[in-house]
Design a protein around this ligand. Structure first.
Ligand code: NAI
Ligand SMILES: N[C@@H](CC=O)C(=O)O
Ligand code: NA
Length: 816
């Protein structure tokens, strides 16, 4: 025999009641179930409001009418006319009684807990009476049971404690006498020895089901609700949360205690005592198999079962020598709070015993402080205790699961996820059972924290990276195309989901926490984007407070650089192809690196040198493993490389530069390539990464341009000067060709000195054979002494650059 409990939504409308009756009908084919019912959804709230309105002398009539109307609509829709009358009559009696009670409250302007319980009881009594009668029409042997008469409690109105022995006897006897019937029992309500109505606490209908299940040794207690059982996290916060198949009673208790409202925590106790499985099912999702809460849970490979949270909490800190070695101190403190019904959510105590921190609901904090001041007046006066301090706007996040006990590294994983996302932990508690680690954090960080922690533990799911991208030009656009094409690959092979959560260029900016569409981002940005404002963009990115964020700079501008520092300080990683950041002052370069390290985030800029070629990475790995760079020789301007590889025969210099620009090799301003500045930046960054604290002025640059070209004040003028100076370039070309040589613009770092020079090299030179926009770099190091380590390949162009940015983004993903 099973006990089936249906919650408010499941009894909330005629349509849903039909579904409920079908489910009960199916169960009845096997055995007559006991059916426990809640009030129709929203009715308990209406009753509470009405009681309080009456107490304040306000008019509650509209609420009463609404309750009546909702029940009567169901009766009219689900009962044939001939069968309606007795139900109408009984419900009208209920409503009259309710009105009398409310009138009494209004007259006295006083609402005791006892009266309130009496008022609330009509929610379950009306729904159960009505549904029992509808069921009787469908399958004959259904009866209404006022559960309040069978569940006996103490007189703690509002949260009564069950007299288990007496209750079990009453339930057993009643069931024995009515075995041939389907019982439709009111949830939530009970009565004390004097027969006055008591209630079992909000959510108490689940508890009623468990009490019945335990009394009758039911085969199962089914809790039918409107969600897919218990999930790994609150699905409103974590989109990727998934339903759990199995949980132990303790795990379910811990998860539901901290937030997950799916089941009322005390429900677990009667079920646990008798080892009766609880199954949570979804009335509206017949294909959902249910969450089983039971004792013989299969071994699971999930490191934790879930993350639960409470979003509003205050903490109270007590410090002082008065606590040291005083065995009775915490006893006095917590019995005082419990006596006054202040629920302590979590406690931590420092090992020096100098301080105790505990968490309470914000509404209890003031009273707790007042009580402490009174109780510890002597200690406070003697300065043995400092005045208690309250901190508000906090939240609790807890990871829960029995596997934690067996697996080392769980707390490391939790704190790493929090730390990388810049979430400050105010207090920590681990239950001695090791089923739960709880942290107190700022309420504003809760959503980010739960998502980050979910990603860190449920690694079989796709991890999410949220990227905020500056620049939609040559590189930015290509990156979006590559991301769009590679999404399925990333999902399948890297378990990674990259969401573009913000885009900004010089004109417009747009945001979407769920990810912007990569199909039509351009039209979205131009039609729905707001006016661009970089400071706003960065501020909004921070305010969105998403986990695992990356700030991607695909511009060639100086202004974004000003924001890097603050971005790192907000625990957001930076990926940039913009060389201007790392090639400005050395102090700034160093500060970026130090700040990223301090805040535990990444700073990747592989494309600063040689576009997607693995140059920065290679140098970093050499340095990290203790190698020392003796010399670097390199061709690092893709543009100039292309020009010298194609400025041959009939080709003119001006045309070849134009081609390089059209192929996407040049900087947005091609003068930066031809005047050597871009190359200088790259050499400077390499030198710095190799350990030399150089400034731009330390790099010696050989000019390849005549004075007039260097002085051009616009790109147009520049091109005009190139044309005018054609003879100069022809001359260079011929000189090299006559000697059987080629022109090469080569950078060199040796003994901390950097120079870039124009050279003519013959075929004995290792840099002779290059084509297209090839870059080449040779590292001579302690380890690569007699034969250098060489990296060579296309070092400019939108595809290879965007691919390099893409790889840097993915790398951030690897370590989050
Ligand atoms: N072309 C290549 O082969 C390589 C390029 N790079 C770097 O890639 C970067 C981008 O180059 P391109 O895409 O060719 O430039 P682009 O001129 O085509 O695009 C630049 C984009 O940045 C935006 N932008 C400029 N200033 C901005 C600001 N203050 N706030 C927001 N957005 C701003 C512009 O609106 C535009 O969308 C440059 O820093 C370049 O050095 C790096 C390696 C190779
Ligand atoms: N304009 C640059 C592009 C890569 O950084 C170049 O020509 O090398
Ligand atoms: Na590179």
């Amino acid at each position: 025999m099973k006990v089936l409990k249906f919650g408010g939504t499941s009894v909330g409308s005629a349509e849903n009641i039909k579904t409920l009756l079908r489910l009960v009908g199916e169960e009845k084919q096997k055995n007559n179930p006991v059916v426990v019912l809640s009030a129709m959804s929203g009715v308990t709230n209406l009753l509470t409001d009405m009681a309080e309105m009456a107490e304040r002398g306000e008019d509650y009539d509209a609420h009463l009418k609404e309750i009546e109307a909702r029940h009567f609509a169901v009766i009219r829709s689900l009962l044939p006319a001939a069968a309606q009358n007795p139900v109408f009559t009984r419900l009208k009696i209920f409503f009259n009684e309710l009105e009398d009670l409310l009138q009494a409250v209004a007259n006295l302007r006083e609402l005791s807990l006892q009266t309130k319980d009496q008022i609330l009881s009509y929610g379950e009594r009306c729904s159960s009476f009505m549904i029992a009668h509808i069921a009787a029409q469908n399958f004959g042997n259904a009866i209404y049971v006022n559960g309040a008469e069978l569940i006996k409690t103490d007189s703690n109105f509002g949260q009564a404690k069950v007299d288990t022995e007496l209750t079990e006897m009453l339930i057993k006897n009643f069931y024995q006498a009515n075995k041939d019937k389907v019982l439709f029992v009111t949830g939530f309500i009970s009565s004390n020895a004097a027969g006055r109505i008591t209630t079992l606490g909000r959510g108490g209908s689940d508890y009623t089901a468990a009490v019945w299940g335990a009394a009758l040794n039911a085969e199962e207690i089914e809790i039918w609700t409107d969600v897919n059982g218990m999930m790994t996290a609150d699905p409103r916060i974590v989109k990727k949360a998934f339903s759990l198949q199995e949980l132990s009673y303790t795990e379910a208790m811990e998860l539901s205690y901290f937030g997950a409202k799916v089941i009322y925590p005390p429900t677990m106790i009667p079920a646990f005592m008798k080892k009766i499985p609880i199954v949570i099912k979804n009335t509206f999702e017949p294909n959902f198999g249910g969450t089983y809460i039971k004792s013989d849970v299969k071994a699971s490979n999930l490191p934790i079962k879930g993350i639960s949270s409470i979003d509003h909490i205050s903490i109270i800190n007590l410090t002082g020598s008065g606590m040291v070695g005083k065995a009775g101190f915490s006893g006095r403190l917590f019995s005082l709070l419990s006596r006054e019904q202040i629920n302590v959510v979590l406690i931590t105590q420092s090992s020096s015993e100098h301080s105790i921190t505990f968490a309470v609901k914000p509404t209890d904090a003031g009273q707790a402080i007042a009580l402490i001041k009174k109780e510890f007046e002597l200690e406070l006066d003697a300065n043995k205790l400092a005045l208690p301090e309250v901190e508000n706007n906090l939240a609790v996040l807890a990871i829960v699961g029995e596997n934690m006990k067996r697996t080392p590294g769980m707390s490391g994983r939790l704190f790493n996820a929090l730390g990388r996302n810049g979430i400050n932990v105010r207090a920590i508690a681990q239950g001695s059972s090791e089923y739960n680690i709880s942290v107190i954090i700022s309420a504003a960080d809760l959503s980010k924290a739960v998502n980050a922690v979910h990603d860190a533990f449920f690694t079989d799911l796709k991890r999410t990276l949220n990227i905020f991208c500056l620049g939609t030009g040559n590189i930015g656009k290509t990156l979006f195309n590559q991301l769009k094409e590679q999404m399925p690959f990333l999902a399948a092979n890297n378990d990674l989901q990259v969401k573009v959560t913000g885009i900004c260029n010089t004109r417009k900016m747009i945001f979407n926490a769920d990810g912007l569409s990569l199909e039509n981002w351009e039209s979205e940005l131009s039609s729905n984007g707001e006016q661009a404002d970089l400071a706003e963009f960065v501020a909004k990115m921070k305010a969105m407070n998403l986990p695992n964020c990356v700030f991607v700079d695909n511009t060639a501008a100086e202004t974004p650089i000003e924001f890097y520092q603050g971005v790192f300080e907000s625990s957001i990683s930076v990926v940039t192809c913009n060389k201007k950041g790392n090639s400005a002052d050395f102090a700034q370069y160093k500060s970026f690196k130090d700040t990223a390290r301090k805040f535990g985030v990444d700073f990747y800029y592989e494309t600063n040198v040689g576009a997607g070629l693995p140059i920065i990475r290679t140098l970093k790995e050499l340095m990290m493993s203790g190698d020392k760079v003796a010399r670097i020789e390199a061709i690092l301007s893709g543009t100039i490389s292309y020009i010298f590889n194609n400025f041959k025969g009939e080709a003119g210099f001006y045309q070849t530069v134009k081609e390089a620009q059209e192929l996407g090799y040049t900087e947005p301003d091609p003068r930066d390539d031809l005047n050597g500045k871009d190359f200088m930046r790259k050499m400077l960054i390499l030198a710095r990464d190799a350990g030399y604290p150089l400034e731009a002025a330390d790099v010696k640059i050989d000019n390849i341009l005549p004075e007039a070209c260097l002085n051009a004040t616009s790109v147009e003028d520049f091109y005009a000067e190139l044309q005018k100076n054609a003879a100069y370039f022809e001359d260079l070309k011929n000189k090299a060709a006559n000697d059987g040589k080629v022109l090469r613009y080569i950078g060199k770092l040796e003994d901390g000195n950097v120079e870039i020079s124009l050279q003519m090299v013959d075929d004995s030179h290792p840099f002779y054979m290059l084509s297209g926009s090839d870059n080449i770099i040779s590292f001579t190091t302690d380890r690569y002494k007699s034969r250098p380590l060489v990296v060579k390949g296309p070092g400019a162009g939108a595809e290879v650059t965007a691919a390099g940015v893409f790889a840097d983004i993915i790398n951030v993903g690897q370590t989050t």
